[in-house]
Design a protein around this ligand. Structure first.
Ligand SMILES: Nc1nc2c(ncn2[C@@H]2O[C@H](COP(=O)(O)OP(=O)(O)OP(=O)(O)O)[C@@H](O)[C@H]2O)c(=O)[nH]1
Ligand SMILES: [Mg+2]
Ligand SMILES: [Zn+2]
Length: 225
């Protein structure tokens, strides 16, 4: 019995990886860079995205997908506070997105007019990391109140991270959080991860993060003339 369960899951992930690769290639053909944002519920993904989008929209034509189990508050926040087209994706109870779900969601955009797609994945440190979305880059948030030990407990999320934004640093005075330890814990999982210390709320440290994202997009496509 146990053996069968494992096999089913493996097949599911293999199938998802194939779909993700196809989607990745399709977006590449269209010159679209795709960022997948993952983190715990309430870690500050939407707050950060509003800041990032208001900078990135100066150079890129952006489409945003907000994934949640239910509700449309995040898509509305993005649209209201950035004026960028955003859609809400409901997962129908699932706590992650599959590549197929992403592909279906992308159909709501006129993607020929876009060159940057951003996905806010479902708030969850576990299975979103298992399901490749076809993205060019995974941006993972870790907020101060969650604790510096999270990379030890949720290894895969940090293994797949290209950038880790340690966020809510304005709350540092009321939490025990060791940056050095946290960086060490992240590097244990992903030695190439680029790490930024930020506060989206207080607008601290965002310039470096924006520049890193732009550099990644430019090194793939050379968009900015
Ligand atoms: N102090 C502080 N609070 C923050 C910061 N960023 C976000 N918050 C607060 O954290 C709460 C959750 O923020 P969201 O941006 O909605 O978090 P999220 O990760 O998008 O949440 P879900 O989509 O529900 O998973 C809100 O009350 C924000 O105001 C920050 O840098 N510092
Ligand atoms: Mg959100
Ligand atoms: Zn899940």
């Amino acid at each position: 019995m146990d053996f069968k369960v494992v096999e089913v899951k493996e097949n599911l992930l293999i199938e998802n990886n194939e779909k993700a690769l196809a989607l990745h290639n399709k977006l590449k053909e269209k010159g679209i860079y795709f960022i997948n944002v993952m983190a715990s519920p309430g870690s500050g993904k939407t707050t950060l995205l509003i800041r990032l989008i208001n900078e990135l929209k100066k150079d890129y034509s952006i489409g945003v997908m907000e994934a949640d189990i239910d509700g449309d508050v995040d898509a509305e926040r993005i649209q209201k506070q950035t004026n960028v087209k955003s859609i809400q994706v409901h997962t129908g109870g699932a706590c992650h997105l599959t590549a197929q779900m992403v592909e279906d969601a992308i159909e709501s955009f006129d993607i020929d007019g876009l060159n940057l797609l951003i996905l806010e994945n479902v708030g969850n440190l576990v299975c979103p990391a298992e399901f490749n979305t076809g993205a060019d880059m995974n941006l993972v948030l870790l907020s101060i109140p969650e604790g510096d030990d999270k990379p030890l407990k949720y290894p895969l999320m940090f293994e797949v991270a290209d950038i880790v934004a340690i966020t809510k640093i304005d709350t540092l005075p009321v939490f025990n959080f060791n940056f050095e330890k946290c960086r060490e814990n992240i590097k244990k999982r992903q030695k190439n991860a680029e790490i930024f210390e930020i506060s989206a709320l207080k607008n601290i440290g965002l310039d470096n993060l924006v520049n890193s994202i732009k550099n990644r997009i430019e090194s793939k496509y050379s968009r900015i003339k």
